[in-house]
Each structure stands twice: as structure tokens, then as C-alpha cells.
Design a protein around this ligand. Structure first.
Ligand code: ADP
Ligand code: MG
Length: 724
């Protein structure tokens, strides 16, 4: 007997075995020949702009005066941009912005002006537009004031062409100037960090004129055949599996990490890389990740604003290209139970610029003065992370990331920093002696292979369990989730460090940086950071206990973490650093809470539906057959005690599952009556996700493990995860 249920999975299996795969669109040309062809950056713009215009634009971009772009400059830019875009085959243009949904938004208009029969782009269109903003999240900023929202050209991000549309990167702000997006606070935080870090650097090197925050992200993701995804309502609607019996083979063989990439995926990656390179995204690394069907892409680091644009753009590109390869990219932080979740490591460093060149402030050197500057920035960064740990935690708090942080595969929700044994020794010695002995004790790693030269031991080993690890020339913030706009965590990081550098600058501004008093002041700060340093295994229970002793906050879920966005401490530094006002911070927190509650509601409703319309009918069909068998056997005098026990077991699972679904529905009704959104969110976190979802999943997964394969309608882990 073949049930209707079996047809979906059966059809997919048949389709997969006969389907022809698209050929890779790898170009003949070499990368340098096409890299950045679809981008108009400042350098290219400079070549195209009329005399004198570039210099004026540059003043706006690099000056610290908050100057406006005047009409003549805008007109010059518009002319050059239009010519370039039409020449590259663009037919439409759009303001491209990053609303608080986490995705990007665009509304295309054609260049073609039917009244004049020309292709045009005017100054006002370039610099400002008023999209219908009322349907983007604003955390109440617009309803309380004005419903209007404006997108304004961000001249520090390059123009680019995506699928025939010229994209003009913009910020998105309200009528009152409040930020409605991720980009505007990020730009403000970069500017503040630039200001305070430059002042401090100038104490060491007066020629330093600016300090740039750099970001190198590592984007993890899963890939699943599109056909399987379409047959799973949970993957389609919420991007993760709400149910699913873990395949007997998961990641325990450790055979996927850095393994050979399946040919289908290579072909997808090649096309992504080609398109990314056209858009100037400097992708360099690609490899398998730990879990089956999990991968990673990473570019060379760039200045933060551009790196963030590129991360947003890459995810967009991957979604578009995957479809053509019959694949689906999952950016959710935890798509599969019992397998590693996905993150987006944010590698962060600061570069000082002067007419003598560029200096990475996060890299120790052999020059004592440079080292003292490195150490100053290093200690102050750690101090910022220590004081503002709850806020840093909030910056990575999302519905999806709550499934990942602290699950023994990603950093715990306790913020601490790994600096390695070498730097810990340097730090302790500095606190005691006020002497900085930075490069004297480098050691070499013996590997016992004579034919291969000794390896220089890095200042840090590879502790993967730390949320915020120093990795030799940068800090790596490992907590951000894979699906988020990296601006959120980066804005917080920039702001807390900017404020801390400002504090420290005020403290030492009368001191000679080469004198004892300066080192004494720094040593006092260094002593204060000790509790936030943890070089051990962050996945253990022992660390949770130890962290509590050290008074490090442990904010387990998003609803509790988000409160830090509006603590007095946060508001004080965000206002002082001109990054966000209290109102903007409140709006941000409310938006995040709203998203949290909505996602939880959607998942809960979907789970109920999937159990009622997929799982239980399948289990009942299976039971019907089993009971028929046993009846027939009994009529022939054959006894089946084991089968009978099995039927009872399944009946118990079915009954329990019904009961759990009913109590979930009851609980949901109660929660919907709660007025405060904070309390609603906490109930969703602690009760719905923490208890009800898990109970339902347990019963449903037990059934999946027992029900005849031909009855089970939902693609199984073993089918989805071993893509070939
Ligand atoms: P991991 O061992 O963490 O997987 P990867 O080599 O994959 O490291 O990634 C390192 C990332 O760090 C890359 O995105 C790279 O561009 C970035 N990176 C390297 N140096 C810096 C730096 N000075 N500042 C910021 N990011 C950097
Ligand atoms: Mg990493």
C-alpha cells in the first residue's frame, strides 16, 4: 500500500536522480580583468568627474566638519554616474538601503523619461528619496512623530549595478533625523571612533590624521537542494527545521570540515565568486564547515562601512544564484537540530592613516613605541568589552541566535575575551612592573618533522570557544549570527571602544607617553580588565560557575539581553559619542522585541499546523496499517506481542503529541493576552521555546523514527544534508 504522503519525497528522489545540473558560469577571463567592473567607487569617480569637483567631494568624505554636498558637486556626480551606469547596460536605478528588517530594500525606477524620450537621472533623485516608509520597522519612531522616511545618498559607499539596476547606497532616516536603518548609526560610530582614536594616536605619532575601523567577516551557511526545502513548510516559512529526527550520521565523523566541496556546490560557489568579484567584493576563502552541507565564505577585510555593504550584497547574490542551481542557502543560525549552528565571525581591527602610510593598531611589532600604542588600544578595547559586556551581548541578540549561543558549538552568552597565554603573561608582567616586554618570548612550535622548517608559534592559539578572541592582528567577535546585518554588533563595538578611548585620552592627555606616569596609568586600566580575560574552554559548566564568581553577566536570551540597549550606561555613551539618542536606542530595542515576538508566534502557529496536518496523519496511517496486519494475523491464530507493543508505543506518542499541541495552543492564548511586550517576549523565550517546542519536537521526532518511510511526508535530515 502506498500512501499519498509518500509521493512528495518519492517524487523528489526521482527528480534528483535524473535532473541535469546547470553548468558553472565560470568566466574565461582572469579575475583582475573583471574585478569591480560593476562598481563605481571614489577612484573611478575621480577619473570621471569635472575639474575641482572631486576635491570638494573628498572634503565632505574625509573632513570632520559634517559639511554638506553642494549642488554643483551633486550635479557633477550625477552626470558621471548616469553615463557610467548606462554604459554598463543599466536600465533602472534604485536607492539601496538597510532597514531594521535585516535585509536590504530597493525600489527600482527606470532611467527612461517617456515625456522627453531620454534616459535621465537628476540631482534630487540621486541625493534624496522618500520611499513609502510606513511598512518598515521603526520601533515607534515614525508613528509618534512623522510618518515620513527619507533615503539619503551615502557618498562613502560605492555605486554598483545589480541585475541591470544602478544601486545608490543610502541611509534611511525619519523626518526628524532619527535613524531607521543600520547604516546611519554605523557611519556615526565609525566617525566617533575615528575622532577619539586619532586623538590618542596623535599623542604617539602627531602625523596620524585618521583611524579607520576595518571589518573582515566570515559568512557561514548551509546549502540544501531546493526541492527538499520546498517540501518543508518550516524551511520555507522560518528558515529552520522545527521538527526532524537527527540522522544517525551527523558531524561525528568530522569528515566534512575542509573536506572536498561537492561539485554542485563548487559550481554554485564559482558563479557567486564571479558575480561578487564583478561587484568588487574581495572574496578569497571558501570551504566546508563542520556540519554536513555547511560552508563558509570570507573576503579580504575592508573598511567597515563597505565590508557591511558587501556582506549584505553577498547574501543577496547567494540567494539569487542558488535558485538557478536548484539549491537553497540557509542563513538561519540554527537550521538543524543536533548540528552546529551558523555564525558570522566579525574580525575587527583599527588602522591609523598618516602621510607615512597605514599602521594596524592591533598588531604588535618590534618597535617599543609602536608596541605601547598597540598595548594602549588593546587594553582599552578589553576594558570597553568588560564594562559594556551586557550591551555587546545585546548587539548579537536575535531570535535565531538564541538557539546557537551557548549550545556548545558557538560561544556562550557570557562575554569574555581570549588573548592567549603569551599576551596574558605580557599583561601580568606589565601590571606588576609597568614594563612592556612584548616580543622577547616568542617561541617556536616543534613538530618533529626534520624536513619541514620549525613553525613560528602565533601569539594566540585557536580557541574557538571564546566570544571575543584576539587573533594576532585583530579581534574576532564570534557571537554574531549568520543571518544578521553585521552593522548592529559593529556599531556597538565601535561606540564602546570610541567612548573608552575618549575616557583614557582625557586621563592621560597631560602625560608624556614615553614616561613612567603614562605606563602607570595604563597598568591601572590593565588590572581592571583581568576578569574579562578567559583563555580556557568556554563550553564547559565550570566556566559558567567561574564567570559568575567574576561577576560577568550571563544574559541567556534575547528578551533579557535587549534591555541593555536602554540602560543609563548605554544611553550615556551613545549620546556622548553622537551615535544614537535615547529615543533611537529605545526604538531599536522595541523593534528587536517586536521581531522576536512575531517570529516566535509564527513558529508556534506553524509548528501546530505541521503536527496536525503532517505528522499526526502520517502516524495514523501507519497505525491503521499496523492494526490491520495484527487483526489479520490474529484471525489466523498468529500472535504478535512485539508488534502489539509497538502499536501501543506509537499510540502513546500520538496521544502525547495531541496533548502537547493542545497545551501549546492554550499557552499561546494566555501569552497573547499579556500586555507588556517585554513580558510576552520572556514567556515566548522561557516557556514556548524553552519547554513547549522541545516537548512537541521530542514526540514528533520519536514518531519519525518509527513511522513507515512511505508515510512520512517531510524530507528527512539524511535526505537533505548529504548533498552530492
Ligand atoms: P578563521 O581561522 O577564523 O576561520 P579566516 O582566515 O577564515 O579565519 O578569516 C580571517 C578573516 O579575518 C578574513 O575575513 C580576513 O579578511 C580577516 N582579517 C584578516 N586580517 C584582518 C584585520 N587586520 N582586520 C580585520 N579583519 C582581518
Ligand atoms: Mg573565524
Amino acid at each position: 500500500m502506498v500512501s499519498n504522503h509518500s509521493t512528495v519525497r518519492g517524487d523528489i528522489l526521482r527528480e534528483l536522480s535524473t535532473r541535469k545540473l546547470p553548468r558553472s558560469r565560470r568566466p574565461e577571463a582572469r579575475v583582475p580583468d573583471y574585478f569591480g567592473l560593476d562598481v563605481l567607487d571614489v577612484h573611478k569617480l575621480r577619473e570621471r568627474l569635472p575639474e575641482g569637483i572631486y576635491e570638494k567631494l573628498s572634503e565632505v568624505l574625509h573632513g570632520d566638519t559634517g559639511k554638506k554636498i553642494d549642488e554643483a558637486v551633486a550635479a557633477g556626480v550625477v552626470k558621471s554616474v548616469r553615463e557610467w551606469a548606462l554604459h554598463r547596460g543599466a536600465t533602472h536605478y534604485t536607492h539601496w538601503f538597510q532597514p531594521l528588517t535585516g535585509a536590504t530594500a530597493e525600489k527600482h525606477s527606470t532611467f527612461f523619461d517617456p515625456t522627453q524620450k531620454i534616459e535621465s537621472l537628476d540631482v534630487s533623485t540621486l541625493s534624496q528619496q522618500e520611499p513609502d516608509a510606513s511598512s518598515f520597522p521603526s520601533g515607534g519612531l515614525r508613528s509618534t512623530f512623522e510618518a515620513r522616511g527619507y533615503t539619503l545618498w551615502d557618498p562613502s559607499s560605492p555605486f554598483f549595478i545589480l541585475e541591470g539596476t544602478l544601486c545608490i547606497p543610502t541611509v534611511f532616516i525619519s523626518y526628524t533625523g532619527d535613524s531607521l536603518d543600520y547604516k546611519s548609526p554605523l557611519l556615526r560610530s565609525c566617525r566617533s571612533l575615528n575622532r577619539t582614536a586619532t586623538l590618542l594616536c596623535q599623542r604617539f605619532y602627531p602625523e596620524v590624521h585618521s583611524v579607520i575601523a576595518e571589518l573582515g567577516w566570515e559568512q557561514e551557511y548551509f546549502i540544501v537542494d531546493k526541492a527538499w526545502v520546498q517540501a518543508r513548510p518550516d524551511l520555507v516559512m522560518v528558515g529552520r527545521t522545527l521538527l526532524g529526527y537527527a540522522a544517525p550520521r551527523g558531524q561525528q565523523l568530522s569528515d566534512h570540515y575542509f573536506g572536498s566541496i561537492p561539485p554542485r556546490v563548487v559550481s554554485f560557489m564559482q558563479e557567486v565568486e564571479y558575480r561578487a568579484h564583478l561587484l568588487g567584493i574581495p572574496l578569497e576563502a571558501r570551504h566546508n564547515e563542520v556540519a554536513p552541507s555547511q560552508f563558509e565564505a570570507a573576503p579580504v577585510f575592508e573598511s567597515m562601512n563597505i565590508a557591511v555593504d558587501h556582506n549584505q550584497l553577498l547574501r543577496e547574490l547567494m540567494n539569487r544564484i542558488a535558485g538557478k542551481h536548484n539549491l537553497c542557502v540557509l542563513f538561519h543560525e540554527k537550521p538543524f537540530h543536533k548540528l552546529n549552528g551558523t555564525g558570522k565571525h566579525c574580525n575587527w581591527s583599527l588602522t591609523a592613516e598618516s602621510n607615512r602610510g597605514r599602521l594596524n593598531l592591533m598588531k604588535p611589532s618590534t618597535d617599543p613605541k609602536q608596541n605601547l600604542l598597540f598595548f594602549t588600544v588593546f587594553i582599552n578595547t578589553l576594558r570597553a568589552v568588560h564594562i559594556h559586556a551586557p550591551l555587546l551581548r545585546a548587539s548579537v541578540a536575535t531570535y535565531g541566535n538564541d538557539f546557537r549561543l551557548g549550545s556548545h558549538e558557538a560561544p556562550p552568552a557570557i562575554i569574555s575575551s581570549f588573548i592567549g597565554s603569551y599576551l596574558s603573561g605580557v599583561l601580568e608582567n606589565f601590571i606588576k612592573t609597568h614594563q612592556l616586554n612584548l616580543d622577547s618570548s616568542r617561541s617556536y612550535m616543534g613538530h618533529g618533522i626534520k624536513e619541514i622548517p620549525e613553525l613560528e608559534k602565533h601569539d594566540t592559539d585557536r580557541n574557538r570557544t571564546s566570544p571575543f578572541a584576539f587573533t594576532g592582528n585583530k579581534f574576532e567577535f564570534r557571537s554574531p549570527g549568520s543571518s544578521v546585518n553585521p552593522s548592529g554588533p559593529c556599531t556597538v563595538l565601535n561606540t564602546i571602544v570610541a567612548a573608552q578611548l575618549d575616557d583614557f585620552y582625557q586621563e592621560v592627555k597631560g602625560l608624556d607617553v614615553e614616561g613612567d606616569a603614562y605606563r602607570k596609568a595604563l597598568a591601572a586600566r590593565a588590572e581592571e580588565v583581568l576578569p574579562v580575560i578567559f583563555n580556557g574552554d568556554g563550553y564547559t559548566e565550570k566556566w559558567v560557575v567561574e564567570a559568575k564568581k567574576r561577576k560577568l553577566p550571563h544574559l541567556k536570551d534575547t528578551p533579557r539581553a535587549l534591555a541593555s540597549y536602554v540602560s543609563n550606561q548605554t544611553v550615556e555613551i551613545f549620546e556622548k559619542m553622537n551615535v544614537c539618542s535615547r529615543r533611537e536606542l529605545e526604538a531599536r530595542k522595541d523593534t528587536e522585541l517586536d521581531i522576536y515576538v512575531n517570529k516566535a508566534k509564527i513558529e508556534a502557529d506553524l509548528l501546530v499546523e505541521m503536527v496536525l496536518t503532517h505528522v499526526l496523519p502520517a502516524a495514523l496511517s501507519h497505525q491503521t496499517r499496523a492494526m490491520k496486519n495484527i487483526q489479520e494475523a490474529e484471525s489466523l491464530g498468529i500472535k504478535h506481542p512485539v508488534l502489539l507493543a509497538e502499536i501501543k508505543y506509537i499510540a502513546n506518542c500520538i496521544e502525547s503529541l495531541y496533548q502537547e499541541v493542545e497545551s501549546l495552543q492554550k499557552k499561546l492564548k494566555e501569552i497573547r493576552k499579556i500586555e507588556s511586550i517585554e513580558e510576552q517576549a520572556i514567556s515566548y523565550a522561557e516557556e514556548i521555546r524553552g519547554i513547549y517546542f522541545q516537548r512537541i519536537r521530542t514526540w514528533a521526532d520519536k514518531l519519525e523514527a518509527k513511522i513507515g518511510d512511505e508515510f512520512w511526508p517531510l524530507p528527512k535530515y539524511r535526505e537533505m544534508l548529504f548533498l552530492r
